[in-house]
Design a binder for this molecule. Structure first.
Ligand SMILES: [Zn+2]
Ligand SMILES: [Zn+2]
Length: 80
């Protein structure tokens, strides 16, 4: 027996963006090598993640949900 379509539409959420927050978290470090004056050097690069935290509100059921998105990965040093 197939479920009535009416019930399914009633259960649908109406998620709308309620609030957005950004934060940056440390995500470790890594070493990389580069050449300077014909000498191979090693340097440490620190990585951080810029996160976007979005809170959603559904007025159909009067409840909230939240999701976190990775906006970008930031390297402290420029390197190839
Ligand atoms: Zn809902
Ligand atoms: Zn890096």
């Amino acid at each position: 027996m197939a479920k009535p379509v009416e019930n399914e539409t009633e259960e649908q959420h109406n998620w709308v963006e309620y609030s957005i927050h950004y934060k940056t978290v440390e995500a470790g470090s890594h070493e990389y090598t580069y050449w300077k004056n014909f000498i191979e050097r090693t340097s440490t690069c620190h990585i951080s993640h810029r996160l976007k935290s979005v809170v959603y509100y559904c007025d159909v059921h009067d409840h909230t949900d939240s999701k976190i998105y990775l906006e970008e990965t930031i390297h402290s040093n420029e390197h190839g």
